[in-house]
Design a protein around this ligand. Structure first.
Ligand code: GDP
Length: 359
């Protein structure tokens, strides 16, 4: 799946679009070599100006509408993100007003072109064309704010993360520097791709794992699941909500060595928060940096998470220790999801076959 807003074009401002249309019209008019007497030539040129201005504006705005997906039809993950970033009502309202502008320009074009065609006086023709220019400029100025808004929205939306919504997804959580990206690299075969993500300056890391028929992705979202909820703003909270629709498994990483800079106590608090937030998903709990962590700290963390019903795994992502166990645990959780997904596809196929036995 690609970013659904990838094809959304840059949106010109009202003034830029007016300028562009008028310039094109002048070019077209001076390049034209109409036949006939002065009146016929003037008529031809003025009508050409009107048609060109209308075409340039409508083409531009129609392309914008054609390439902008409707928010309501998006998969939930993207819908949540879009709702966070751009207000959906405003987004739709602005698109509707662009649609209105297209229709209005088309009507103005038809009316003025017709009047020019029936006019017998070149001055009258020029006056009609100028009147058309004025009306069109008014229409575009009417939607100037919408165009600006849509361009701002576009600049944000084109940076939405590119993740595969079909794949089972493991979301990594834990304080900064506990070793999340090292683990992500160790768990996935592919070199992780850094997708841009409007909520963090660092982007999100996405890596895929593939083995036989099993495929899943692991994502790490710096800035989102690595600090207490109270420190997050509304937008980030919404982004976390979106992650809930994407995630199938939470992989929580502790660093009992405390080299990450966060005392164990603080890490336990964050774990509780993330657990409260994502409680409905299965968790895999990892104690990383087992190569350098103190036994006492590791025990503290282990006792804490065991009490919550999890069996933690000690690993050293750096030395590659414990990773097989971790990978196996993740696969155990993900495999039924993949199978369930395959079963649904097969059932849909079967359903189709039942409806159309001739297939
Ligand atoms: P992130 O911010 O959670 O993604 O953490 P990183 O993966 O960037 O790791 C932070 C630092 O910890 C890096 O310098 C890693 O090399 C180091 N690190 C990661 N895993 C281990 C480990 O198992 N043992 C040790 N000693 N260092 C590790």
């Amino acid at each position: 799946m690609k970013n659904p807003f990838e094809k959304m074009p840059t949106v010109l401002t009202a003034d830029e679009l007016i300028d562009k249309a008028f310039r094109r019209a002048e070019k077209a008019a001076s390049a034209a070599t109409p036949r006939g007497g002065p009146r016929a030539r003037a008529r031809w040129r003025e009508e050409l100006r009107v048609r060109t201005v209308s075409n340039v504006i409508r083409d531009n705005l129609e392309k914008l509408l054609r390439r902008t997906p409707g928010v309501s039809e998006l998969p939930t993950f993207y819908r949540e993100l879009v709702d966070t970033l751009v207000e959906r009502d405003q987004f739709h309202r602005s698109l509707a007003r662009v649609n209105w502008a297209i229709k209005t320009v088309r009507n103005l074009e038809a009316r003025h072109a017709l009047k020019i065609r029936y006019s017998r006086d070149p001055e009258e023709m020029a006056r009609l064309r100028r009147a058309f220019y004025g009306r069109v400029a008014d229409v575009l100025r009417d939607i100037a704010n919408d165009l600006e808004y849509l361009n701002r929205a576009r600049n944000v939306l084109k940076d939405l993360p590119v993740v595969d919504l079909e794949l089972p997804t493991v979301v990594i959580a834990g304080h900064p520097n506990v070793g999340k990206s090292t683990i992500l690299r160790a768990l996935t075969n592919a070199k992780p791709e850094v997708a841009s993500y409007p909520f963090t300056t660092k982007g999100i890391n996405v890596g895929q794992f593939e083995e036989h028929y099993l495929r899943y992705q692991v994502i790490d979202t710096p800035g989102l699941l690595d600090r207490p909820l109270s420190e997050r703003n509304e937008v980030e909270r919404q982004a976390i909500l979106a992650l809930k629709h994407l995630g199938d498994v939470i992989l929580y990483v502790f660093d009992p060595s405390e080299y990450c800079g966060y005392p164990v106590e603080e890490q336990l608090h964050l774990f509780e928060e993330i657990h409260r937030e994502f409680g409905e998903l299965p968790f895999v709990v990892v104690l990383n940096k087992a190569d350098v962590a103190e036994e006492g700290n590791m025990r503290t963390v282990e006792e804490f998470v065991r009490e919550k019903g999890f069996e933690p795994i000690r690993v050293s992502a750096l030395k590659g220790e414990g990773l097989d166990v971790l990978r196996k645990r993740v696969i155990e959780l993900v495999r039924p999801m993949v199978e369930e997904h395959a079963r649904r596809i097969m059932e849909a196929e079967l359903e189709r076959y039942r409806e159309e036995p001739g297939l």
